[in-house]
Design a protein around this ligand. Structure first.
Ligand code: GTP
Length: 337
């Protein structure tokens, strides 16, 4: 079976990390998110993935020079302008010539879902579209569904006001679609699958949804991106694991690295790193203390950094104390995008 993976968004909530690397190319446990996602799809029987590309397409093409990822054939569809989720699905599916049941995945989620189970459910219900659902305590930031006993979606409400959600089951960003769904999406314009297409399919009684309790995380916010790394490190996932320190990183023998991932070519002097992710090339100098942070840039000697996100150009001066900050500040206009 074939899949379209949406990877063309700007990733604004992850700035300044996404100022230099598009979100699905950011590493989780030393491997790009997209590689972990495609590997998981391949395990579930997907044989070809078309990446729906827009913002910064080049790193994706360069990442898979032989046109395969974990044995899955990779194709690329680059939008001339952002078409939003449904517009991007239509564009990519047309480019790939998809004319049978196919899978769609948001390129920023990591899950242990076995997609073949969702396909099985979809076929058993003769659905036009099927959504994977996850139960969460606060669904107000997500697309929320109301279901009947058969799994048919009665209502699909995108980001309901707090307290008004019809259930705690949210759209987990993996879909099985019939090609007829494509005909519902006008070409060449911005269309949201969540706000426009799913309500149309639901109105005709063809939208179904299946809830599972698989591991699932949306990496789109810094604290969740950090958590996704720590989950792979802690072996919370069914298949995904990682070593704390990449083999090309340099870590001083007196450094203390606890519950943290230190990426390729990162350098850590005799510093203390706890509950953090150092992305490839990050530097932490002598005596610095880093907690609950995601770093691409440089932390000077003796600095204390807590709950911060440091982009590639982010520098914490020697001795500086920084809490709850993003640097460079994504709102200052110097994000490099
Ligand atoms: P934020 O800007 O932080 O909201 O992140 P985002 O741009 O990734 O948006 P969001 O998380 O809502 O998008 C969900 C998925 O759809 C992500 O995998 C995006 O890459 C993808 N996506 C969003 N908009 C587009 C688009 O216009 N074109 C394509 N190809 N993909 C998109």
């Amino acid at each position: 079976m074939r899949a379209v993976v949406l990877v063309g968004g700007f990733g604004t909530r992850l700035r300044p990390l996404t100022s230099t690397i598009p979100k699905p190319m950011l590493p989780v446990g030393h491997l790009p998110i997209i590689e972990r996602l495609v590997t998981s799809l391949g395990r579930s029987g997907i044989t070809e993935v078309t990446l729906a590309l827009g913002f910064k397409p080049e790193p994706f093409v360069q990442a898979f020079p032989d046109g395969t990822c974990a044995g899955v054939a990779m194709r690329y569809a680059v939008e001339p302008e952002p078409l939003d989720t449904a517009g991007a699905i239509r564009f990519a599916a047309d480019a790939a010539g998809i004319d049978e049941t196919f899978v769609v995945v948001n390129g920023d989620i990591l899950t242990d879902l076995d997609v073949s189970q969702l396909v099985h459910f979809h076929r058993a219900h003769a659905a036009e579209a099927t959504i994977h659902l996850i139960a969460v305590p606060d669904p107000s930031a997500f697309g929320v569904v109301a279901l009947d006993d058969d799994g048919r979606v009665l209502r699909f409400v995108e980001k309901p006001a707090p307290g008004t959600a019809p259930s705690n089951l949210i759209n987990a960003g993996t879909y099985v679609l019939e090609p007829s769904v494509l005909q519902r999406i006008p070409t060449g314009q911005k269309v949201s699958i969540e706000r426009a297409t799913f309500p149309l399919v639901a109105g005709d009684g063809g939208l179904f949804a299946m809830a599972t309790d698989d591991y699932w995380i949306d990496t789109g916010r810094p604290e969740l991106y950090l958590q996704a790394n720590l989950d792979v490190l802690a072996a919370t996932r069914a298949h995904d694991r990682c070593q704390p320190v990449h083999e090309t990183a340099t870590v001083h023998p007196q450094a203390v690295v606890e519950r943290s991932v230190v990426g390729a070519h990162a350098q850590v002097a005799d510093a203390t790193i706890t509950g953090s992710v150092l992305l490839p090339g990050a530097v932490v100098e002598s005596g610095a203390v880093v907690t609950d942070s995601v770093l691409m840039g440089r932390v000077g000697a003796g600095a204390v950094v807590h709950n911060c996100v440091l982009g590639a150009d982010g520098v914490v001066a020697p001795g500086e104390h920084l809490r709850d900050q993003r640097r460079p500040d994504p709102n200052s206009g110097s994000t490099g995008t």
